[in-house]
Design a protein around this ligand. Structure first.
Ligand code: GLU
Length: 486
């Protein structure tokens, strides 16, 4: 027997920004399809008009596109089982709901809102925790139903859950889960306006779209037995379920929008590179077999294995995410880094005559986040106010006094360099260090301090000289001498 072609779907609701938990679902969904040579489908689940946010569909497209998660079928690219926007599929569901009524797996319910409110009130009063529909319309006679319909009474269609017995479903991560049917609500499948509930639409759509693997957040775990009963009632194949855990801020709190870093866009804004974000998120709930944790999307496709997914809640670790980002930054070519870093450099550096290529090379290995850059280079236009204390360095045995001595030695050396570049500056300064018989740091620490007014800089004294250029370096060394001579 030939294996079914693997087809997965990412089914976001257009309710706002892309939460990284959703993006992770998209990544796993994509990886399962691509690993198996299958199809990755994008379906927009926009039936909940109250939560609909204008522009959110476009944001979903944009996010998936910048992440390289290319869908094979979807609203914009089409495909054989469209439409791929749920609100455009509205004609489809009624027929399937009625099919279930005919086969005895669903029924018309004519209960009014007032009656249901009253029922809920009573259940609340009786402190019933699992509030369910009391099934009043479940056993209406055919005549009653016809009479109500003839009178034009408004109705919904509800799922007829077996009263006794259990339902078992299988989840790849959780194994077999069995629930008592008595705990399951006769949920609404079709609403009074003829539109499906999410719980019904997703089953019908997954079947009609030939979906073989469903990856989603584990908030849907408790609804899954009801989905299974629907698949069985229709006689349809049940997909593989993979319910993934929430991403946690710590052991008790979910990563929520209040944390300011729950959305994909938050991380881009904070200076993370898109492939690094993807890489890190993929690791939140999935473990590769070997030691390596750095994977491009294509490498993830190779490496990915459903068996590596975990049902343990993944705790978001900003330190690790930054370390992964730094690794991605280090792996960029000079020109790639330049394209990304220059706009950040320009936030604090206006001058044109600095040697930006040397600056970029000094900056690249020292940058974890692109947004760290403006502060790291803010001395290039002007030396900030700084204290003489900055000349003190225990390890280098320097202080304001030795700093003055060193700067006085350095000044004529710099003035004597005619061809100003990294080699010549380096050679001249190290020749002086040797001539004076002092330690490197004794000479170079004060130089760096005078050039930058900062304790931490991208590169040491030699690089800073080259970045700033001859005139500016000499000017700053003179200013340092003057400052320490006071
Ligand atoms: N539209 C649902 C959501 O965004 C998707 C659930 C599912 O994948 O089945 O949460």
């Amino acid at each position: 027997m030939s294996e079914k072609r693997v087809r997965t779907r990412f089914a976001p609701s257009p309710t706002g920004y892309m939460h990284i938990g959703n993006l992770r679902t998209a990544i796993y969904t994509y990886l399962i399809a691509k690993k198996n040579g299958g199809d990755f489908i994008l379906r927009i689940e926009d039936t909940d008009r109250e939560r609909y946010v204008d522009g959110a569909v476009q944001r979903i497209y944009d996010t998936l596109n910048v992440c390289g998660l290319k869908w094979d079928e979807g609203p914009d690219v089409g495909g054989p089982v469209g439409p791929y926007i749920q609100s455009e599929r509205m004609g489809i569901y009624k027929e399937y709901a009625e099919q279930l009524v005919r086969s005895g797996h669903a029924y018309y319910c004519f209960c009014t809102k007032e009656r249901l409110d009253e029922m809920h009130r009573q259940q609340q009063e009786a402190k019933i925790s699992n509030m369910m529909y009391d099934r009043r319309c479940r056993d209406l006679s055919e005549e009653e139903i016809q009479k109500n319909l003839a009178e034009g009474k408004s109705y919904v269609i509800r799922q007829k859950i077996p009263e006794t017995g259990t339902t078992t479903f299988h989840d790849v991560l959780y194994g077999d889960i069995t629930v008592d049917n008595a705990t399951l609500d006769d949920q609404i499948l079709l609403k009074a306006d003829g539109l499906p509930t999410y719980n019904f639409a997703n089953v019908v759509d997954d079947h009609l779209m030939g979906i073989t693997h469903v990856v989603r957040g584990n908030e849907y775990l408790s609804s899954t037995p009801k989905y299974n009963l629907l698949y069985e009632a229709f006689g349809w194949d049940i997909p593989e379920y993979i319910h993934v855990e929430h991403i946690m801020r710590d052991s008790t709190h979910k990563l929520s929008k209040r944390d300011g870093d729950a959305y994909f866009g938050d991380f881009v804004e904070k200076g993370y590179l898109v492939p690094a974000i993807m890489n890190y998120i993929a690791l939140l709930g999935w473990a590769p077999k070997g030691e390596n944790e750095i994977f491009s999307l294509d490498e993830l496709v190779q490496e990915f294995d459903i068996g590596g997914l975990s049902k343990a809640p993944a705790v978001f670790d900003p330190v690790k995410m930054k370390a992964i980002n730094a690794e991605y930054i280090r792996r960029l070519s000079h020109d790639e880094f330049k394209a990304l870093a220059m706009p950040y450099i320009r936030q604090t550096v206006k001058r044109e005559d600095a040697d930006f290529d040397v600056l970029l090379d000094a900056l690249q290995p020292r940058t974890e986040l692109l947004t760290d850059i403006p502060e790291k280079v803010d001395f290039i236009d002007e030396v900030p106010e700084y204290s003489d204390e900055l000349y003190f360095n225990k390890k280098m045995k320097t202080n304001a006094e030795t700093g003055l001595e060193a700067l006085k030695m350095i000044l004529p050396v710099l003035e004597g360099i005619s061809d100003w570049n990294e080699e010549t500056v380096h050679a001249a300064l190290f020749a002086e260090i040797e001539k004076q018989g002092v330690k490197n740091g004794w000479m170079l620490w004060p130089l760096r301090t005078a050039l930058s007014g900062k304790a931490m800089t991208p590169g040491g004294g030699v690089e800073l000289c080259v970045i700033l250029g001859k005139d500016e370096s000499i000017k700053r060394v003179k200013a340092g001498i003057e400052k320490l001579s006071k």
